[in-house]
Ligand binder design. Sequence first.
Ligand code: PEP
Ligand code: MG
Length: 582
Amino acid sequence: MEKQFPEAYAQFVKVCDTLEEHYRDMQDMEFTVENGKLFMLQCRSGKRTAKAALKIACDLVDEGMIDERKAVLMIDPRNLDTLLHPQFDPKALKIAQAVAKALAASPGAACGKIVFTAEDAKEWKERGEKVVLVRLETSPEDIEGMKAAQGILTARGGMTSHAAVVARGMGTCCVSGCSAITNFDEDNKSFVIAGKTYHEGDIISIDGSTGNVYDGAIATVDATVSGDFGRIMAWADKYRKLRVRTNADTPRDAKKARELGAEGIGLCRTEHMFFEGNRIDAFREMICADTVEEREAALEKILPMQQGDFEKLYEALEGNPVPIRFLDPPLHEFVPTEEADIEILAAAQHKTVAQIKSIIAALHEANPMMGHRGCRLAVTYPEIAKMQTKAVIRAAINVKKKHPDWKLVPEIMIPLVGEIKELKFVKDIVVSVADEEIRAAGSDLKYEVGTMIEIPRAALTADEIAKEAEFFCFGTNDLTQMTYGFSRDDAGKFLGSYYDAKIFESDPFVKIDQVGVGKLMKMAVTLGREVRPDMHIGICGEHGGDPSSVEFCHKLGLTYVSCSPFRVPIARLAAAQAALKD
Ligand code: PEP
Ligand code: MG
């Protein structure tokens, strides 16, 4: 253009500078040249990839066009996901045709051979295969297989189902609630999508950022972060008021989160620790015990392992907060489902297969998410809470001895409390065991006992609850489930109709329902702080990594938000934007 129309070109460059100067942003400009004369047609802020957005913001600051605050506000936090996870090669994606679309449950792209069980995922990975684990839905016993897989695809489940939450925590790509999967047959290892039958070993590609499922292999490109990312994050940290913690239950995830800027743990789900190696055997022994003594004997085997896990977590967090959430899921999630495993358990327990089956049958509940779980387990089996308290306190005492300069104050978090008396019941057990451990060790360790606010009644009675709870942490996955009465595992099935009918604009398990659930949260913050003005209050439901929900938490005056490791940068940026907009 410079050669063909030198005058128009010179004018065009000037106009570009004027427009960019005026809008203080990179512009997408349309123009034409007719008979050597330049006509500007229109301009708008240019679309950009996440990487380009960071570079543009940094360049504009370096050129003195905008300040750091404006730079922080310019970046859409949701796009940071694409920088932190592998993506499909855009060129390959252009010609690919999705065979199904489901929930974009955990970002990133994965391609691999289909396997149907967690055991197969592990085995195939060990022999060098890349696999996608396809399940009807996952449960804690699938954890090792989920770790081994490139990606996870489930036929059922919503945005806060086990597969979605755990995959997000690990940074593994996941597509959930894929109702296009039919004829799912785990025994014969096959399923059908759009008329085609897929078998074990067939290659499939899934996009956890869009929810698309593709037949065959699609090339992926690795995630890369540039120096601009670090600059923007450092600016964000200057302005945010909310602290950002992470949901992590392994030292590996905790370390990743620390690298991405987490200032502590917000939620450690202890249940996943029971599946490593042969620990599940001792745990199943505990479930099958006939007497308290037998149960205690089984728990005694788990104690050193759990203590070791907590020590590693404390080490990884270097004195930053580590709340340990006590056992939460219903016990049926831990018992074997396969006949062969039931036989092994029966032999180990010196029981008949029929006896084990009857124990398993007795654990069956019509509505397990509202059943025997959370602190209700500790009320029924106080010895579980005792064992977990010993593990938390002993681990903290040991690590404190090694690092006396760290501010190590373990936070014991009691889940699913709805009534002050049940919290007090469990807290009394915790306090008596913890104090005894501290006294016996001659330590001066301090600890806190708090609760999750995840049942509407806990929010409604937060002033009562705060008399016992030293801190609150909102479990908005359950709080949303119980406020709406929508099963977090099944709502995906019908929410589509809600969007079509314009009843909902978004998934309440992703974006906090500020009107209803938010009202309960606001009430709990006000009531709680009336009793304990300095109490720290956080959120560790999946909403803790959603930008609009983070903004809401800022407005509520929460102390921190906690999210899965890879969403930590998103939360840091969203928290800064909320503070800057305020
Ligand atoms: C919650 O309910 O929001 C929560 C964090 O606990 P979980 O997802 O483990 O039930
Ligand atoms: Mg919960």
